[in-house]
Structure formats: C-alpha cells, structure tokens
Design a protein around this ligand. Structure first.
Ligand code: SAM
Length: 264
C-alpha cells in the first residue's frame, strides 16, 4: 500500500509479531513502566477518560482489541465503576497472542471482575475477527491501544472494527505518533533507538524484540495520514476537533496520540 505496511510478507510478519509478544509477555508490564518511566499509565488513564466520557448513557459493551495483558480493559471497568457506579459495562479482550492473554487472565484473577460477565478473553486476529464469535453491529466501543501498528493490514483492522461496531458506535485508538517539534523529535529518536533496545537487553534479556517494537513505531503513519485512513474506512472523525483542527489528540508532543471515529 502507499503507506508501506506490506514490506514484510503477511504471514512472516504475523509470526514475527507473535514471537515478539510471546517472548515479552511475562516481562511486558514491567518493561512498559521502565521504558516509558511509567508515563504509559498516564496516557492510558487519559485515553480511557476520553473514550468513555462523551455522551455516555448506561453501560457500554466494549471490545479491546490487541488487548494484551488487559491494561485498557481494567481501566475501562474501574472507570465505569468508580465514576458511574456502573457494574454492567463489559470488555471483551481480544489478542492474537495466547501468552499475552494468559498474563491478563492471571492479573484479572486478583480483581473483582474475575468470574463475572464484565470481562472475557478471546484469541483472534484483529484483521479477521471470526463473524460467528464477533457478529456485525455488536459493540458500543472498539478500542485498540498500542496494537494497530503491529498489524500487517491496517485497513483490514479498520474494516473489522467498523463491522463489529453498532451504528453510532465509537472506534478509538491509542498509538505512538510522530513528534512535531524537531528538537524534541531528535531527542526522542535517539532515546528510542539506542536506549529502548538496550533496556530490553538488560531488563528482559531480549534486545531484538524491543528493537522490533521501536522500528514498528517508526514505520507507522503520521497522525494526519492515519486519520485519513480512519475516515476512508467509513468513520466520522470530526469528534476531536475542539478548535484544534485535527481528528486526533496528541499526548506529549505527539509521542502518543488518540484517534477516534464514529461508525456512520
Ligand atoms: N493494549 C495493550 C496495552 O496497551 O498494554 C497491549 C499492547 S501490545 C504493545 C500489542 C499487542 O497486540 C500484543 O499483545 C500483540 O499480541 C497484539 N497483536 C499484534 N498483532 C495483532 C493482531 N493482528 N490481532 C490481534 N492482536 C495483535
């Protein structure tokens, strides 16, 4: 495609991605904290606050795709309960990688959501969610956090997101973006290209996987290009304008950004 996602053949990339996340699964949460100095927590909190607030009425049926160890799912359920006394909102956590999901399940065992209908875990590919398990027009909210850049075929992910959402349902994505300020961009580049693989090596004994993660961030499209793809997939993306002229919201100068769209 014109965005260059297909440089690696699909199956090859998928098994590569699977391998990466299998090898990082047990160290994933610790590494996230280490590499981002805990900042990913702030981003995720802000993200969940943003995607759950607008025009909220009653419980929300959510699907958290590429949900990994359940970081977003847990925040959604906590937010609904703490802010709205809502114990009916539910999240289906979907991931390609059973090892990541297992970490998530173990973690949820320590929460009050364990063994309730509020949370479930399913192994599936974001690019082709099996229609018998994930029928059309099912969810109010589709979220994918730090996951879409690992997918080989982003338009296919968006197509599936649109399919499983109810009309008027929300697509939300938290992902690494491009840093606008050139000076900051340079600092960030040198940090991510040298320090992150090194930390992967020292803390998790795995340089290659973290090298891959950094490269996947670099290859992912810029915020305006990604916003265009979302809109081309049949979502209304005007929601986040708020006078800022963009269909996304940058966090930390664009290191991460939130994109949203409403199924038309
Ligand atoms: N959303 C979690 C978070 O924010 O902490 C996990 C993000 S983790 C960086 C990316 C996840 O995407 C991994 O668990 C990986 O297995 C999953 N993944 C990669 N490609 C996928 C695909 N095609 N379909 C579903 N999940 C995928």
């Amino acid at each position: 495609t014109h965005f260059g996602f297909r440089t690696v053949p699909t199956e090859e990339k998928e098994s590569l991605v699977k391998g990466v996340f299998s090898s990082v699964a047990s160290s994933y949460d610790v590494m996230n904290d280490a590499m981002s100095f805990g900042v990913h927590r702030l981003w995720k909190d802000e993200y969940v606050g943003t995607i759950l607030n607008p025009g909220r009425r009653g419980p929300v049926k959510c699907i958290d795709v590429a949900g990994g160890t359940g970081d977003i799912a847990l925040r959604i359920l906590d937010h609904a309960r703490e802010k709205y006394a809502d114990r009916d909102t539910s999240v289906c956590v979907v991931d390609l990688n059973p090892d990541m999901l297992r970490e998530g399940e173990t973690r949820f065992k320590k929460t009050m959501y364990h063994n309730t209908s509020q949370v479930s875990f399913r192994v599936a590919n974001a690019q082709e969610l099996p229609p018998n398990e994930f029928p059309d027009n099912t969810f109010d909210l589709y979220t994918i956090a730090f996951g879409i850049r690992n997918c080989t075929d982003v338009p296919a992910v968006l197509r599936e997101a649109r399919r499983v959402l109810k009309p008027g349902g929300t697509f939300a994505c938290l992902e690494f973006g491009k840093v606008g300020n050139p000076l900051f961009a340079q600092v960030y580049e040198s940090y991510s290209f040298s320090i992150i693989p090194l930390m992967g090596h020292i803390l998790a004994g795995d340089r290659a996987s973290y090298q891959y993660l950094v490269e996947s961030i670099r290859r992912f499209p810029s915020q305006p290009d990604f916003a265009r793809m979302i809109s081309e997939a049949g979502f209304a993306t005007g929601e986040m304008r708020e006078g800022k002229g963009g269909a996304w919201r940058d966090m930390w100068g664009g290191i991460a950004s939130v994109h949203m769209g409403v199924k038309m």
